[in-house]
Design a protein around this ligand. Structure first.
Ligand SMILES: [Zn+2]
Length: 143
């Protein structure tokens, strides 16, 4: 299933292909030192994250969809339960978008990467061979 793999990769800040290496340097999107610093390659499977120059421009579409989701959630919450004035709703929506920006920015990039790179068990198991030489004899490690 692709959806649980995308959710895991996004939530855990893990490489799209091996689910082992980190994509962003810091796991905390609200850390003060470099919350938006991405690694160039996966430390475990050597996947180059930025596949071509400008690859992550496409993440803008994912970011737009996520921000629209925030707006829709607030809109229907207000429509069904809260019933506040339009100005207050606008302030609430904009402030929640600003607060959630680091999470949305990182999630959009990881989701965009997951659209093109699928999880592959072989890359996840590849490092076991390096870490545990006794496993080299097992059947389908190198296939
Ligand atoms: Zn990887």
């Amino acid at each position: 299933m692709i959806i649980p793999e995308i959710i895991y990769s996004t939530a855990a800040n893990k490489c799209a292909r091996c689910h082992k290496g980190k994509i962003f340097e810091k796991n905390n999107p609200y850390s003060f030192k470099g919350p938006f610093e991405m690694r160039e390659f996966c430390s475990e499977c050597d996947l180059k994250y930025e596949r071509e120059p400008g690859f992550f421009y496409g993440a803008l579409y994912v970011s737009y969809a996520l921000m629209s989701g925030i707006f829709i959630i607030w809109f229907f919450t207000d429509l069904l339960w809260i019933h506040m004035e339009a100005v207050n709703l606008a302030i609430l929506v904009v402030s929640s978008m600003l607060v959630l920006f680091p999470v949305v920015f990182r999630s959009a990039r990881i989701i965009w990467l997951n659209f093109f790179i699928r999880y592959n068990k072989k890359y996840a198991e590849k490092n076991k061979v390096i870490l545990h030489p006794k496993l080299i004899d097992s059947k389908d490690v190198n296939n």
